[in-house]
Structures are given as structure tokens and as C-alpha cells.
Design a protein around this ligand. Structure first.
Ligand SMILES: *Cc1c(COP(=O)(O)O)cnc(C)c1O
Length: 417
């Protein structure tokens, strides 16, 4: 399927006149629609809640849009909790799914009344020493072995640092019950960026069976099952979008066949990040240089510091040359940023229409794990973020960094240099 930008060349030109490239731009209408579709797909479950994974797109304006749509937030650090608090999330709207967790983070999570998701059995003792335990707590599961869907191995939980074994979970729950905890959630995140409609249903089945066993072993009330993140998005033009309604129906079937006969009716929770906002963001960058040596290079004003996924994972991000949407690919290019790192390439051997200096490139699907993975290597400054509103107007929702921002943590050396 052809990938079309959610904004036209005219609109992007209008924005770029005021806010110079590079910038990430987010499509409010798309984010709202995806949130509504997800909630509707799981509306059969009374307590269903999506806790948006803040790390995917940590901007308060975006978090507020998701809040308006009825989503909560999933945080995993002190500053993510502060951000959630600033937007007004509290209590059961906040999930705290962390690992290797500093005490201050637990204390802030507790202060906000967040659900606390324990990554390890030893964390049960750590939190017991910190505060009176909340009535409800969550525990993260690691089944070990490999996680397969049909004949396809999706991931290797045995090599993942997250979660605890079933035996540890049972012991931790007994311990926590003895300390007054009344309700429990169980959580697992076993595979990232899955494009099959079967990831959530198969994970759900596994978690529902676990819930039944844990309940039998401990007598605990399992009040929610957190299926976490991991639903993917079509980065490549030939990828197919996950049918979230189909996913919802399949999870419902597993729920009705496994939990209902046991008299269990837990809420289903999700912590989707990529699925919620990934397709609704783009990195807009201008071609500023062209170079022909052994290959043809287009140099752009963004770099891997604005979008790390291609350099880090070799990830594919589709690129549209704005205004040339319908022109045939004519040249093979490497699209590069200016870092002194040869992996600073948004695309390698990519066929694009004939492209010139000054052209605007729309790098698709940067709405999750895009801006948020940015960094300052080579003294590169982080870009701005812009919201394209439903009525077609736009708003700067984070300004670009300036050299002052970059040097601000050297204030301790004041006057020396
Ligand atoms: C990263 C993360 C998510 C979100 O993952 P996506 O792949 O963006 O859906 C959810 N929960 C936890 C605990 C995470 O670490």
C-alpha cells in the first residue's frame, strides 16, 4: 500500500516558514482516531484501560490529547512520573512499570497513587520498606524459553531482563497478601513491534491461564491483566496494519473461554506506545547537500540525533519527497545526516524521485520512539515538535534546542571558560 504523508507540501512549507526544519510533526486527528478505535475494540471489557507508554512520545500536549480520549499513562522513571503529574494524571490513571528502580521513583509513584508494577520478586520487599503498601499491586511475568506464534519465534523471554518466574510470582503474591495487599494485576511484555493480529490474543491466552493458576495457588483476587505494549505499525509500504478490532475480538474469545468459566472478570489493561502514536508522527527535514562519489548521497538538516531507529536497529522509515508523491522513483540515494558516524543514514540505497537541494523530505512513522530517543552527540541540538491540529492549524509544542540548552549543565563551571 502506498504510504501518503498526513500533511501536504503547502502545509509543511507554511509551517517551515515559521519553524525551520528539522522538526517532528504529529497528527492530532490520527492520534485521536487510533485511541478511539482501540477503546472501541476492547469496549466489551468493563474495566479496559490503555496506559500510553510515555517513553514513546513524552510531550505534555500529546499526553493531554490521549487523556481527553480516556487513556492513562505508563511511566518508568522519575521524570516520566513528573510529566504525568504535570498533565494531571493521578491514581488509577498511572501505571508505573519500571525495572532497576531507584527508591525515589517508587516514592513518587506511590505519592501519585499509581499502580506499581514490580519487575522482580525482590522489589516486593523493597517497596514494603518504603511505604504502607497500596491495596492493589501488579507483578511482571517472564515465562522464560522462547515466545512463538505458530512456527514463528517472536522473541526469547529467557534472555530478557524483565519480569519474574511463575514460582517467584506466587511467592511474592503470598507475601504481599500477608502484608495487606488485596488485589493483584499481572503483566507481561514479550515481543516488540509485532505486526500479526495474533500477538495480543496469544499473550492474553497465556496470561489468562497464568491468572487462573496464580489464583488457585494463592487465593488472590486478580483484578487486572496488563497486556502491555508490543503491537506494531506498518513501517514498510508492503506491511499490513494490525486490525485492532480483530485483536479485540480474539482477546474476548480467550477471556470467555478461560476466565469466565472460573468466575474471574478482571479488567484488561494495555500499555501501547508505538501503536498509538507511531504512524501519526513524521520527521520533516530539508535536503541541504548532494554528493556523488561511489554512491549518490542526499545530505539533510536532520540527523540520527533526531531519529535514532535507522542507525540503532537498521529500522526502515519510509521517505516521501513532498510535492513529488506521484513521481516515479528515478534515483538510488543514501539519505544522510551530518553526524561523524557512518551509520547516520535515514535510508540506504533508497529509490526516490529525482531530488534536489531545498526539497522537503517527510520521514514517516516517527510518532513513537522518535524524538524521545534523541540525543546530543556531536553537539547536535534536539529539534522542535509541532502539532498539526484537527482543524488544519498548527502549534509549536516544543521549541528546538539552542546552544544555551546544550551548555546549561555546565553552569557549575560559571566564569571558568
Ligand atoms: C516500551 C514499553 C511499552 C510500550 O511499547 P511499544 O512497543 O511502544 O508498544 C509498554 N510497556 C513497557 C513496560 C515498556 O517498556
Amino acid at each position: 500500500m502506498a504510504k501518503r504523508p498526513f500533511a501536504s507540501l503547502e502545509k509543511i512549507r507554511e509551517i517551515a516558514e515559521i519553524h525551520p526544519t528539522p522538526f517532528h510533526i504529529y497528527d492530532e486527528a490520527g492520534i485521536r482516531k487510533t485511541a478511539r478505535d482501540l477503546l472501541s475494540a476492547f469496549s466489551w471489557n468493563k474495566g479496559f484501560k490503555e496506559f500510553f507508554a510515555v517513553k514513546a512520545l513524552p510531550n505534555p500536549v500529546i499526553l493531554n490529547i490521549l487523556k481527553e480520549e480516556g487513556c492513562g499513562v505508563d511511566c518508568s522513571s522519575y521524570t516520566e512520573l513528573l510529566l504525568a503529574k504535570a498533565v494531571g494524571f493521578k491514581g488509577s490513571e498511572v501505571m508505573f512499570s519500571s525495572n532497576v528502580t531507584p527508591k525515589e521513583d517508587y516514592l513518587l509513584a506511590r505519592e501519585l497513587g499509581a499502580y506499581i508494577n514490580l519487575d522482580d520478586a525482590s522489589d516486593a520487599d523493597i517497596v514494603t520498606d518504603l511505604f504502607p503498601l497500596p491495596k492493589t499491586m501488579c507483578l511482571r511475568y517472564n515465562p522464560g524459553g522462547t515466545f512463538a506464534i505458530g512456527n514463528t519465534i517472536m522473541d526469547n523471554p529467557q534472555d530478557a531482563k524483565y519480569g519474574m518466574t511463575e514460582e517467584q510470582m506466587v511467592e511474592a503474591i503470598k507475601k504481599l497478601m500477608g502484608r495487606g495487599v488485596k488485589h493483584f494485576g499481572i503483566h507481561a511484555f514479550l515481543s516488540s513491534n509485532t505486526l500479526t493480529d495474533y500477538y495480543y490474543p496469544i499473550l492474553a491466552e497465556m496470561m489468562f491461564l497464568l491468572a487462573v493458576r496464580v489464583k488457585k495457588a494463592t487465593g488472590a483476587d486478580i483484578s487486572f491483566i496488563n497486556l502491555s505494549g508490543g503491537i506494531g505499525i506498518p513501517y514498510m509500504p508492503e506491511d499490513e496494519k494490525v486490525d485492532i478490532f480483530h485483536v479485540g475480538r480474539k482477546v474476548k474469545e480467550a477471556y470467555e473461554s478461560i476466565l469466565v468459566p472460573e468466575g474471574m472478570e478482571p479488567s484488561i489493561f494495555a500499555e501501547l506506545g508505538r501503536f498509538m502514536t507511531g504512524p501519526h508522527g513524521a520527521l520533516v527535514t530539508r535536503v541541504v547537500h548532494e554528493k556523488k562519489i561511489y554512491k549518490d548521497y542526499l545530505g539533510v538538516d536532520a540527523c540520527a540525533a533526531d531519529l535514532m531507529r535507522p542507525a540503532m536497529y537498521g529500522a526502515y522509515h519510509h521517505i516521501t519527497v513532498l510535492g513529488k508523491e506521484d513521481e516515479a522513483p528515478a534515483n538510488k540515494y543514501d539519505v544522510t545526516g551530518g553526524l561523524c558516524e557512518n551509520n547516520d543514514k535515514f535510508a540506504i540505497d533508497r529509490m526516490l524521485p529525482k531530488t534536489e537541494i531545498g526539497d522537503l523530505l517527510f520521514i514517516h512513522d516517527t510518532g513513537a520512539h522518535g524524538f524521545s530517543m534523541g540525543y546530543n552527540y556531536n553537539g547536535k541540538l534536539r529539534s522542535a515538535e509541532i502539532l498539526l491540529k484537527e482543524d488544519g492549524s498548527f502549534r509549536l509544542i516544543r521549541r528546538a534546542e539552542t546552544p544555551d540548552d546544550y551548555f546549561s549543565t555546565l553552569d557549575i563551571l560559571c566564569g571558568e571558560y
